[in-house]
Design a protein. Structure first.
Length: 333
């Protein structure tokens, strides 16, 4: 199958039921070029068992497939139904997955954009609230989306994982009395940090070797749950000051309206400088206003030394900022 085309459910079942012990999955390319890799079906089954056990999913439940089957997240929705006996509800990938859906699932996996769009339409928001277990992955849940989920009657989770871990290896509750900033690892997942403070994942049932991530984390007092502080490759070292890109973006989300991103650019004096990238058409007066708001919000050393306007911030197929591509654009300016 041409990996540039969307895979159909029938094509996935054919691949899954073939004599081969592996299937092909594609990475999204958020931190580099997208690539294809083969993963073992037996490990995907173990991953599915972990999720179903954590959420208590059984044959009495139904699952919504509303994400592309090219990627691990979509594939794992199907595998979870095969493992648990859940009934699968399959629709084409769309930014409004609940728009024409009358058969409300008890379990669904979505990216933040799909959840945000569903919340913007009252009828779709009502359907979203009826899902018993909603997991959100593929990108960060920002403060605005987080606030909109607080009064949901059913469980909403943010997931932590990547293609190499065959979807998520940990989840954190976003609403209800057990809501937390910290992720809870699934059973069988053993975590530690390396000398740079990055998360290391030992999950023998799903990963053939210990996985060294680029995510800087902080463990709770018991050393079990963890909070993600940012990616080590998304750190800007400007004049000796270490600045986490995601932390800066999170502080700016409440005050900056247009699509924006923080990136870095090489600099002879500082080594690297913080660059603010905004999408669209802006006058000097617009940029001056944005600069004033940022200077009133961020610590001095975090403030952008350059402001860049581009037509469109590069995004991956799964809705995340394509960090590497964005930095390449800025470096060439």
């Amino acid at each position: 199958m041409d990996d540039r085309k969307e895979m159909t459910l029938d094509e996935f079942y054919k691949e899954w039921n073939s004599a081969l012990s592996t299937v092909i999955v594609n990475t999204s390319g958020s931190t580099g070029k997208p690539k294809s890799m083969r993963v073992e079906k037996s490990r995907m089954i173990e991953s599915a068992k972990m999720t179903c056990s954590f959420l208590g999913l059984t044959s009495d439940d139904s699952a919504l497939l509303c994400m592309p089957l090219r990627y691990i997240a979509g594939k794992m929705v199907v595998v979870r139904t095969l493992v648990s006996g859940m009934r699968l509800i399959s629709i084409p990938p769309t930014s409004h997955p609940l728009k024409d859906l009358d058969d409300i699932p008890t379990f669904a996996a979505m990216v933040p954009m799909q959840v945000f769009n569903s919340l913007s339409v009252p009828e779709e928001a009502d359907k979203l609230k009826r899902i018993k277990n909603l997991i959100i992955g593929g990108g960060p849940v920002n403060d605005l989306l987080y606030s909109k989920l607080q009064h949901f009657p059913n469980a909403v989770w943010s997931t932590y994982g990547m293609t190499e871990t065959l979807s998520h290896i940990a989840m954190r509750r976003l609403n209800g009395p057990t809501a937390s900033e910290y992720y809870i690892p699934l059973d069988g997942i053993h975590l530690s940090v390396n000398e740079m403070g990055c998360l290391c994942i030992d999950a023998p049932k799903i990963c053939p070797e210990v996985l060294q991530t680029n995510d800087i984390v902080k463990f709770d007092s018991e050393g079990h749950r963890f909070k993600v502080l940012g990616r080590i490759d998304n750190v800007i070292i400007s004049g000796g000051v270490k600045i986490h890109i995601e932390e800066v973006e999170k502080m700016l989300e409440p005050i900056i309206a247009p699509p924006f991103a923080i990136t870095k650019k090489s600099d002879k004096k500082f080594g690297e400088i913080v660059v603010m990238v905004v999408q669209g058409s802006f006058t000097e007066a617009d940029l001056s206003n944005i600069r004033e708001q940022i200077e009133a919000t961020l610590p001095m050393y975090w403030q952008p030394k350059r402001y860049v306007v581009i037509d469109k911030i590069p995004m991956t197929a799964t809705g995340k900022i394509a960090r590497s591509a964005l930095q390449d654009i800025v470096e060439k300016m």
